[in-house]
Ligand binder design. Sequence first.
Ligand code: 3HC
Length: 335
Amino acid sequence: MTLTETAPGASEAELERHFEATIARNDRIEPRDWMPEGYRKTLVRQIAQHAHSEIIGMQPEGNWITRAPSLRRKAILLAKVQDEAGHGLYLYSAAETLGVSRLELTELLLAGRQKYSSIFNYPTLSYADVGTIGWLVDGAAICNQVPLCRTSFGPYGRAMIRVCKEESFHQRQGFELLATMMRGTDEQRAMVQESVDRFWWPALMMFGPPDADSPNTAQSMAWGIKRNTNDELRQKFVDMSVPQAEALGVTLPDPELRWNEERGHHDFGQPDWEEFMEGVKGNGPCNAQRMAHRRRAHEEGAWVRAAATAYAAKQGLDTPRSSLAGHSTTGGTER
Ligand code: 3HC
């Protein structure tokens, strides 16, 4: 039982103490519980950004569905891109429990007032990129998101459990695709290496700015929203990726990358943080294209939302405004 249920007349100070005690015990905060406004806002910001990333993230890979090299690869890619749409929907649902609708969040994204992950501002130039995105981008997503299964807000943590299971499949399919290409021709091996060279640094940027420049980490850690800092997760990802790169037979494009016996971790170079900031501000290589496509898909889906709303009204069903917003999220066109 929560304090809000047991003590309806509780003062704000009592509610806050109860909230802090729940966080300290590593218990979950649920939507019915009292929470500080800053906690709610931080969650809406992070979950919305995460949801938008999943939906925008369909574009770079969707770009290759019609040009997959075999029926098997096409079926795998279709399933993967469809999974990402599902992840976006679980996450918008988690955000809705905080009192914001999917439509509101979509409109904030389209107005440039919410973000999506920097990684999706890079183009996919060859089929090897499908493998590299699976291996490195979904690999980074797993590193970042497995700890989020233990985040302090119940609906977010529960959504992440299924998301992470599917991301593991995505990561393995990417690795398997690259391993197959590495057993192929010299040209295929060169395609893989070129793709890894382009995606390595953007994958490191996915974890966010260095801790010293991360305005949100300290408070998000104190609230148990984030369980690790950006730099901790980036280090984990590098340590995980190095042996995988060796197994594949590719090199990672970082001359500073080496094992540090004393630390028990790899040392590595820093990504270009100016390039990261430009992407976050909307000036990355594909920002305009991604947003234009997202806007078009939203506008073209208006009739679906209107028809579903009219049908539900006819059937006497309850249709929250949010449940019908944000459909139509097909892949992009990069050719
Ligand atoms: N891309 C774009 N913006 C980023 C970013 C990135 N890679 N990393 C950080 N930022 C933004 C933050 O949103 C914040 O801006 P804001 O205050 O206006 O929102 C600013 O840069 C400062 O960063 P902080 O480190 O202070 O921000 P956070 O504490 O929120 O940490 C995060 C950033 C680590 C990305 C965290 O929000 C997080 O863990 N989010 C959940 C995971 C997520 O969103 N993943 C998207 C990846 S893609 C994906 O999962 C799809 C899969 O299929 C690959």
